[in-house]
Design a protein around this ligand. Structure first.
Ligand SMILES: Cc1cc2nc3c(=O)[nH]c(=O)nc-3n(C[C@H](O)[C@H](O)[C@H](O)COP(=O)(O)OP(=O)(O)OC[C@H]3O[C@@H](n4cnc5c(N)ncnc54)[C@H](O)[C@@H]3O)c2cc1C
Length: 380
């Protein structure tokens, strides 16, 4: 008898899992993707939208397009899970399943007093469009980007945004009129990585004239454009604030929440403690062998979804599910300018975890932009 596989979330992990399963799943099974949004958003291209190198429509795809692959898409809010009864509670009732893939990402919300009113969220499509206009008209002054708390998604994103903004103003001949400051609670950039990587990142920022304030927590934003820090205050003319990241509320009572407030799962198979229930992407709270949380990045969301999808297909065809998530990524990149980037490779399950960052090259820029095109055409 055919099985029902329910994928919660049509973001990076959900879309990758859906495509993998649609390709390999034997006929007669029912594959369903659920998301509150009608569109998939390629988040990693938001920094390029911010500096005017993308149009909003270039970053999104209708999730109904997945139906051409023989699956069903349901646009609705997931409100809760009943794992014992194999039911997902949705706005309009419930959905039942035989296998469940949880790929709901992280809830991203401005939480610092004054943040929503007096700063822009560079992780939100609508706000990035508004911010793009503000940047174009920025007469000069101090622009501050702050990271409110850990963890945050897209480990490279805040650094990439500042490096792109630097190059944007440089090309306009207005860089001297703009002061750039990045405020982070981390003691060093990429705190999960070896210290050499942090030093290398600090040098990249220094070379671009971006000031980095580490170990600083922002407690409030004032109407007058001041960031109140735990130690002191910082006046700014334009403020960008990352949202605070947390587990989607509908997952809090599932019994699957691990010690760091995110979902727990087997580090290699990504099966949760409940049989037949898997998790992939930002929703997961996995750890390195040295006890550091794994960074929340799209590369991992993608690989994890492939592992879960392929293993499930093997299982359903009577074969041994033998794929493993290995905590690594190679060929990822961080843009360091409007034509340059660095290659980043990660091996988070190594003991100690490894990470390397190459020198800036045009090739790294090209690879990242080609990957974006691949993602938005191959999967849809
Ligand atoms: C600005 C930015 C730049 C980034 N750059 C990079 C990069 O360069 N490289 C990299 O590897 N990673 C990058 N990332 C990180 C990467 O985008 C994420 O790690 C990845 O998207 C996580 O995938 P996911 O499927 O777990 O979650 P998401 O992609 O966030 O998808 C979650 C989906 O679940 C849906 N959803 C959530 N709750 C509910 C609910 N209750 N009911 C119904 N639907 C729900 C959402 O609508 C969403 O579609 C970046 C992120 C940002 C924000």
């Amino acid at each position: 008898m055919g099985k029902t596989i329910l994928i919660l979330g049509g973001g990076t992990a959900g879309v990758a899992a859906a495509n993998v399963l649609a390709d390999v799943l034997p006929p007669g099974n029912d594959l369903v993707v659920v998301d509150r949004s009608p569109v998939h958003l390629f988040l990693a291209a938001l920094p390029l939208l911010l500096v005017g190198r993308r149009r909003p429509g270039q970053l999104t795809r209708e999730l109904t397009r997945l139906e051409e692959r023989g699956l069903r898409f349901i646009q609705t809010e997931v409100e809760g899970l009943d794992l014992q009864g194999k039911r997902v509670l949705i706005q309009t009732g419930e959905l039942t399943y035989d296998y469940l893939i949880i790929a709901l990402g992280a809830k991203r919300q401005a939480q610092i007093p004054g943040q929503e009113q007096w700063s822009f969220n560079p992780y939100d499509l609508g706000e990035v469009q508004e911010l793009r206009g503000r940047l174009a008209r920025f007469p000069g002054g101090r622009l501050v980007l702050f990271i409110p708390s850990l963890p945050f998604t897209g480990a490279v994103a805040p650094y990439e945004i500042m490096l792109l903004v630097h190059d944007y103003f440089r090309r306009l001949g207005r860089r001297r009129q703009v002061e750039l400051i990045l405020v982070t609670p981390e003691e060093r950039p990429f705190s999960f990585a070896p210290p050499e990587v942090s030093t290398q990142t600090e040098e990249l920022l220094r070379a671009a004239g971006i000031e980095l304030l580490t170990g600083q927590t922002v407690t409030a934003i004032t109407k007058g454009g001041e960031l109140i820090l735990e130690r002191g205050a910082l006046a700014a003319d334009l403020i960008l604030g990352l949202p605070t990241h947390s587990l989607p509320p509908c997952l809090r009572a599932t019994g699957l929440v691990g010690p760091n407030g995110w979902l727990t799962a087997h580090p290699h198979t990504l099966e949760t403690p409940v049989r037949g229930v898997y998790a992939a992407g930002d929703v997961l709270g996995l750890f390195t062998p040295t006890g550091q949380p794994l960074p929340k990045v799209g590369f991992f969301a993608h690989y994890q979804a492939e592992v879960v999808g392929r293993n499930l297909a093997l299982q359903l065809t009577g074969q041994k599910p033998n794929l493993r998530f290995r905590g690594g990524a190679a060929g990822a990149s961080m843009l360091t300018g409007l034509r340059r980037g660095v290659f980043v490779s990660l091996s988070t399950y190594a003991n100690p975890p490894e990470m390397t960052v190459s020198r800036p090259t045009c090739l790294a820029f090209l690879v990242k932009t080609l990957f974006e095109k691949y993602w938005l055409t191959a999967w849809f």
